[in-house]
Design a protein around this ligand. Structure first.
Ligand code: SAM
Ligand code: SF4
Length: 318
């Protein structure tokens, strides 16, 4: 369906948990967050029912996220349930990769179409400082295993900050060497990200130019959410919600793990779908339509609005 600004909404990010096995500095405090009660988290059957209703409104693409989605038991079961829903063309996953190698075969059997793996650095000391966890070897093993799976679309996500700035060129060489697309995602002022210094796109480009030479923007991706740059046979992407806002083309909505519908990352949830689960599909569908029609025109991260969603990325479903 189209929202109130004529944007076609066909992409739903589904957070399956707020829990995580890492504590990335821009996402969580060192002590972690108070976890939601298990009884407040949507069951797989409930997620599938809501997705069926979203699909009837035109949602075609799903991305499972969290927290860390792979800490939720039997995620492959959810993937196969979602793949069977009429209208759903693609089920993808965003993960920190730590538990991916062991779960990959089951996820592939379940029909997973794509995986985005977050890797901010290949440098072990910087990885430990950023994630407050062990790696990055396990994550890199998983990336390499994914790259070998035919028909699985694999991408790497990196949030550039002062903490991984020195390793950005190595990360580009690693990703390009594997033939896996790498995208730099600008730090957003959410949770601890509010007080950190992210590197804006221009600064990342400057650093990569010093290593590899000049990067040329791919004109076909101008104005897109992910803008591609090339340098010889190297390619990188930028998702820059702060310096190159793409809200006018935003086709996404979010379902949090406790069943709230969010139509913009920055605004508080607009609809409590979990509270509606006892109602018939038609009532839920009508409420979804009304909420999607009211999707805000754009985020207000730069304005520091008083009613910005106070939840952290792991609680929203990044
Ligand atoms: N745990 C999984 C992971 O790390 O890929 C999925 C959830 S995580 C919240 C999704 C993405 O959000 C990650 O790529 C992470 O780097 C990014 N992220 C978290 N906090 C952010 C922030 N303040 N600004 C920009 N990206 C952020
Ligand atoms: Fe966990 Fe992902 Fe947040 Fe890192 S970014 S703390 S891996 S949810």
């Amino acid at each position: 369906m189209k929202d109130g600004f004529g944007r076609t909404i066909e992409y739903l990010r589904v957070s399956v948990t707020d829990r995580c096995n890492l504590r990335c500095v821009y996402c969580m405090p060192a002590e972690g967050l108070k976890p939601m009660r298990h009884s407040d988290i949507l069951r797989y059957e409930e997620i599938a029912r809501l997705v069926r209703i979203f699909a009837s409104l035109g949602v075609k693409k799903l991305r499972l996220t969290g927290g860390e989605p792979l800490v939720r038991r039997n995620l492959d079961t959810l993937v196969s349930m979602l793949k069977r829903i009429d209208g759903i063309e693609r089920v993808a996953l965003t993960t920190n990769g730590l538990l991916l190698s062991e779960q990959l075969p089951a996820l592939i059997r379940a029909g997973l179409d794509a995986v985005n793996i977050s890797l901010d650095t290949t440098d072990p000391a910087a990885f430990r400082a950023i994630t407050r966890g062990e790696g990055p070897e396990r994550v890199m093993e998983a990336i390499e295993a994914c790259a070998r799976v035919p028909n699985l679309a694999v991408k790497l996500n990196c949030v550039p900050t002062t903490q991984n700035a020195e390793g950005l060129c190595d990360l580009v060489s690693y990703a390009n060497g594997l033939g896996v697309p790498l995208r730099f995602i600008e730090l957003m002022p959410i949770g601890p990200g509010r007080t950190m210094k992210g590197l804006p796109e221009a600064e990342v480009l400057e650093r990569l130019t010093a290593c590899f030479g000049a990067w040329t923007p791919d004109r076909d991706t101008e104005g897109e959410k992910c803008r591609v740059f090339r340098c010889g046979d190297r390619t990188i992407g930028f998702i820059s919600p702060m310096t190159h806002r793409f809200c006018s083309r935003c086709d996404r909505i979010r379902l949090t793990s406790d069943g709230k519908l969010k139509t913009c990352l920055e605004y508080p949830p607009q609809l409590d779908l979990r509270a509606m689960l006892s109602e018939p599909d038609e009532a839920i569908r009508a409420a979804m339509i009304q909420t999607i029609l009211n999707k805000p025109a754009a985020h207000r991260f730069s304005e520091r609005a008083a009613d910005t969603d106070p939840r952290r990325m792991a609680q929203i479903g990044g």
